[in-house]
Design a protein around this ligand. Structure first.
Ligand code: ATP
Length: 442
């Protein structure tokens, strides 16, 4: 990702169908984005990788899909109604809006340069309010959830009583969250509608001391080993006393080196029994856990891993992006996605359209669909077609040529090294699976 700028990412995302601005033909809507054919596949692949990691590869983690609309008391209990605010200021001169904690109020307005033009900071609640039912009044006010975690907490007892989970166990959920963000710059980094991948791990008070470092290690490993992110582009940031929520025991963020600098990607937080205790207080319903072996009753402690899925997409795009100068001065734009998350895994290309090569290649592409996400491209010079695939991060191109018709072999071309290998069609699927398993970012 050397020298990658956000403008380059935005432009590639639009050009190749990863991400579009929402409602673009109407001038767009701030903080809302559409994921195009390539983008939705990439996002789904990251989500599926996370889901498998959590619910399949770890012991005792079950899934949940809670609704976006919840009882408004949930957000009173969680503290979001009273505390989920950002201080906001406006420039009286140019009407630009800023988060007061992100700018120096003594300095001139960063947009128009006027000095002393800011309004006094006002607290602004980030939750989107709407109404349920026909009456539009205070009693019908509900919120679009600003995080997925609360859905997990309020279903804690349902999960315990309906499945065979025993503490320690976790509940994982992926879904949309909404925040009326004051500043939405930096593309999809901070949007008003976004997706989160959260896992709340319930454990016996005291054992959080063991689980907290465990989950920190697991989450970092996931990004490097599974998503193939360059390890040097990730780091930890521990919350200082001024950042730490009053109920939290400890909190770390995984930060990624985005084009605009180091920023949070995921939070791993030790939240104690705060959330369940609050829900017990506000709902009047018992939230304790009875240990079937020791007969002890307690409200479990929670270690939370909370990642942005859409923010993960931005990380993966920026980490993968490279413009390489080739011999002869040509520049190729290539996305070094880990093959396991690339939107297209294999592209099949006939060297030429005639003499039955196109038919052969198209048939082969159909056969490969059983195992891989494929693409077929027969138009233009072969070099141009390789470039097109490089630009969407396709790790493998399979070229069908005249020899193929004689001996049932094809050329397998690797995206990162651009090396080519002659492979028997009967070995192709296994060869690609092996290369994916052994993939190392260079
Ligand atoms: P910030 O301080 O940057 O507003 P936060 O610390 O409030 O974020 P959390 O509430 O911990 O964020 O949310 C967990 C994760 O959800 C974040 O690490 C981020 O990846 C993602 N996330 C939060 N807000 C947004 C947003 N507006 N757009 C995209 N992703 C978001």
């Amino acid at each position: 990702m050397a020298n990658v700028t956000m403008d380059k990412i935005v432009s590639l995302c639009k050009r190749r169908g990863f991400i579009f601005q929402s409602s673009e033909i109407y001038g767009g809507l701030n903080g809302a984005y559409d994921y195009g054919p390539m983008g939705v596949q990439l996002k789904n692949n990251i989500r599926d990788m996370w889901w498998k990691e959590m619910t399949q590869l770890h012991d005792g983690i079950v899934g949940l899909d809670a609704s976006i609309l919840m009882h408004p008391r949930v957000w009173e209990a969680s503290g979001h109604v009273s505390n989920f605010t950002d201080p906001m200021v406006d420039c009286k001169q140019c009407k630009s809006r800023f988060r007061a904690d992100q700018i120096d109020l003594e300095a001139p307005c960063p947009v128009c340069g006027t000095r002393g033009s800011f309004t006094t900071p006002r607290n602004f609640n980030l939750m989107f309010a709407t109404h349920i039912g026909a009456d539009v009044d205070a009693a019908s006010t509900i919120y679009l959830r600003p995080e997925t975690a609360q859905g997990i907490y309020v279903d804690f007892k349902n999960v315990v009583s309906s499945s065979r989970v025993k503490i320690p166990f976790g509940i994982a959920q992926v879904g949309k969250s909404f925040r009326n963000e004051i500043t939405t710059k930096n593309f999809i980094f901070r949007s008003c509608e976004f997706e989160q991948m959260e896992m709340q791990f319930f454990c016996k008070p005291g054992t959080d001391e063991k689980w907290f470092p465990y989950w920190r290690e697991q989450r970092m490993k996931f990004y490097v080993d599974k998503l193939g992110i360059v390890a040097d582009h990730l780091r930890w940031h521990q919350h200082g006393p001024d950042e730490l929520a009053f109920y939290a025991k400890d909190a770390y963020d995984i930060q990624f080196l985005f084009p605009m600098g180091w920023q949070e990607l995921e939070g791993v937080h030790s939240r104690t029994d705060y959330d369940l205790t609050q829900h017990q207080k506000f709902s009047g319903k018992d939230q304790t856990y009875l240990d079937p072996e020791t007969n002890e009753r307690y409200i479990p402690y929670v270690v939370e891993t909370s990642a942005g899925l859409t923010r993960n997409v931005l990380m993966v795009m920026s980490d993968a992006y490279e413009e390489q100068e080739l011999e002869g001065g040509d520049v190729r734009t290539v996305l070094h996605f880990h093959p396991a998350i690339a939107p297209v895994t294999v592209a099949v290309l006939p060297l030429v359209k005639k003499d039955g090569l196109a038919e052969f290649a198209s048939k082969l592409e159909h056969e490969l669909r059983e195992d891989f996400a494929t693409d077929y491209d027969q138009s233009g010079a072969i070099g141009r077609r390789y470039r097109r695939q490089d630009e969407i991060g396709t790790p493998y191109c399979v070229t069908v040529d005249y020899d193929t018709l004689q001996d049932n072999t094809v050329t397998l071309r690797f995206r990162d090294s651009m090396e080519q290998e002659r492979v028997k069609i009967s070995d192709l699927v296994e060869r690609i699976k092996k290369a994916t398993k052994e993939y190392k970012r260079v």
